[in-house]
Design a binder for this molecule. Structure first.
Ligand SMILES: C[S@@+](CC[C@H](N)C(=O)[O-])C[C@H]1O[C@@H](n2cnc3c(N)ncnc32)[C@H](O)[C@@H]1O
Length: 209
């Protein structure tokens, strides 16, 4: 399987770095929103990083399979999540999911869709592994709806924290992502921008075909 090189460098302290870039208040708000997602049953998380959202999802899932392309992130998540009896962590590439068809009730992805090349190519893979009527939950930071001053401040914090942006990073817009999902057989159940100074797209979609 392909090797991840950009995010792997931050595996040991990704959550802390991210909290600084996003800001504590917006991070808190976003994590609260994720914790409100109940009864997720058998869940696959893609691009789990070092487990920030996995910890929150764990209380609302029967089983959580937290995955990432980066060996270093997988290693860090395994260590950080070892006390959770319903979480397993392993390596997976969102463009080539090796799981049975129709096997998950929920797929969750946070801050993955806006950093991968050709995000539309990941959606059919998700559709394949989700059960019919299964749920796809997408959270992804965006510049949509952000004031210019907040964009500049965030960009400065990002450069200070991570250096040059990741090669495929792009701004995703709610409407574009909704259309991408509808085209690939999903029905949109909820769609909103989260956050005050920082913004994140938050979409809940259900597999219909
Ligand atoms: C911006 S980080 C987000 C991590 C975590 N979801 C969070 O929000 O805290 C993006 C993550 O996606 C992973 N990633 C990159 N390309 C991937 C791919 N093709 N499949 C799965 N994960 C990938 C990276 O290794 C990294 O951990």
């Amino acid at each position: 399987m392909q090797k991840e090189t950009y995010w792997s460098r931050f595996a040991s302290d990704f959550e802390e770095r991210n909290k600084y870039v996003v800001g504590k208040k917006d991070m808190h708000l976003i994590l609260n929103k994720i914790s409100e997602q109940k009864n997720l049953k058998n869940t696959l998380e893609l691009g789990c990083g070092n487990g920030t959202y996995s910890k929150v999802l764990a209380s609302n899932t029967d089983n959580l399979l937290a995955t990432d392309l980066s060996d270093k992130m997988v290693e860090a998540s395994k260590a950080r999540l070892k006390s959770f009896s319903n979480i397993e962590v392993e390596k997976a590439n969102c463009f080539d999911l090796q799981y049975d068809n129709n096997s998950f009730d929920t797929v969750f992805m946070a801050n993955l869709l806006h950093i991968i090349p050709e995000p539309e190519k990941a959606i059919p893979q998700i559709n394949k592994v989700l059960k019919k009527d299964g749920k796809l939950i997408i959270l992804s930071f965006t510049a949509e709806g952000m004031k210019l001053i907040n964009k500049l401040r965030m960009f400065y914090r990002y450069l200070k924290t991570y250096g040059k942006p990741s090669p495929h990073a792009q701004t995703l817009y709610l409407e574009n992502v909704e259309n991408m999902l509808i085209e690939k057989g999903f029905e949109i159940k909820g769609s909103e921008l989260l956050g005050k100074r920082m913004k994140a797209i938050f979409i809940i979609a259900v597999k219909r075909t």
